[in-house]
Design a binder for this molecule. Structure first.
Ligand code: NAP
Length: 241
């Protein structure tokens, strides 16, 4: 049987890089995407040295031309895409500031990558994912995107308000529900996950290692035809919207 083809965005480091490693360990051909082609290739080579089936591609999710070039290249090489993991993300808020004090530039740049980039990348790859017999889209969100938890004074995140980042992840969750509705009668499943609080460049205070942090993305990438569509979870546990 032909190997599945997966694409992971923002995979040069952190959770994305580990997601590529784990997917490739499941006998999947993984395309490691990074906005810097040389950096992406350097990361992919390290995984090939571990005997994993990984190739690299340049993909900046905020650049329309970069997305279009990546779609054409993957179409030419593989003809379809089975798994898309929208992992690329930024956290740009000044965490010393209150929600109303974040600059509008921070809001715009955050949404450009975390929301508009994710939507544009997904829509551009959708024709290739529709050619898969069982397409899977995983959006890497955050527990910080949960409006229910942010509204609950007893929740662990109640006093942890990183406004532009949090709201961008709430938008990713809402988009996931909308796309899942659109695709409900197809072979494609789209879900959103929280990786956990993971120690990476983005989160130096994270408590989980990247091995644990990549597991939720990989789990939802590998669900069968009876798996969820339009869910929000962390390590198999459903999270509140
Ligand atoms: P990270 O170490 O900062 O890595 C972020 C990745 O995103 C990098 O590879 C970066 O590429 C890439 N990226 C940023 N802007 C991009 C763009 N315009 N186009 C393509 N790639 C871009 O962060 P991480 O902790 O691994 O986070 C991965 C995902 O998990 C993010 O969506 C994040 O919001 C989410 N998340 C993380 C945590 C956590 O505790 N770490 C918790 C919840 C959710 P460069 O190398 O080129 O900069």
């Amino acid at each position: 049987m032909a190997k599945k083809i997966a694409l992971v965005t923002g995979a040069t480091r952190g959770i994305g890089l580990e997601t590529v490693r784990q997917l490739a360990s499941h006998d999947i051909h993984v395309i490691l995407a990074g906005r810097d082609a040389a950096k992406a290739e350097e990361s992919a080579k390290k995984l090939r040295d571990e005997k994993l089936d990984v190739e690299s591609i340049a993909l900046d999710v905020t650049d329309e031309k970069s997305i279009a070039t990546a779609v054409r290249s993957i179409e030419k090489r593989h003809g379809h895409l089975d798994i898309l993991i929208n992992n690329a993300g930024v956290l740009l808020d000044d965490q010393k500031k209150k929600p109303s004090e974040q600059s509008i530039e921070t809001w715009r740049k955050t949404f450009d990558t975390n929301v508009f980039g994710l939507v544009e990348t997904t829509v551009a790859f959708l024709p290739l994912i529709k050619k898969s017999s069982a397409g899977r889209i995983v959006n890497v969100s955050s527990g910080l995107g949960s409006i229910t938890m942010h509204s609950d004074p007893s929740s662990a995140i109640y006093n942890y308000k990183i406004a532009a980042y949090d709201v961008s992840k709430s938008a990713v969750n809402a988009w996931t529900v909308h796309l899942a509705w659109e695709l409900k009668d197809t072979a494609i499943k789209v879900n959103t996950i929280h990786p956990g609080s993971v120690k990476t460049d983005m989160n130096s205070a994270g408590s989980l290692d990247v091995e644990e942090g990549a597991k939720s993305s990989v789990e939802l990438a590998l669900i069968g035809n009876n798996g969820p569509n339009g869910s929000f979870s962390h390590l198999g546990q459903t999270l509140p919207w």
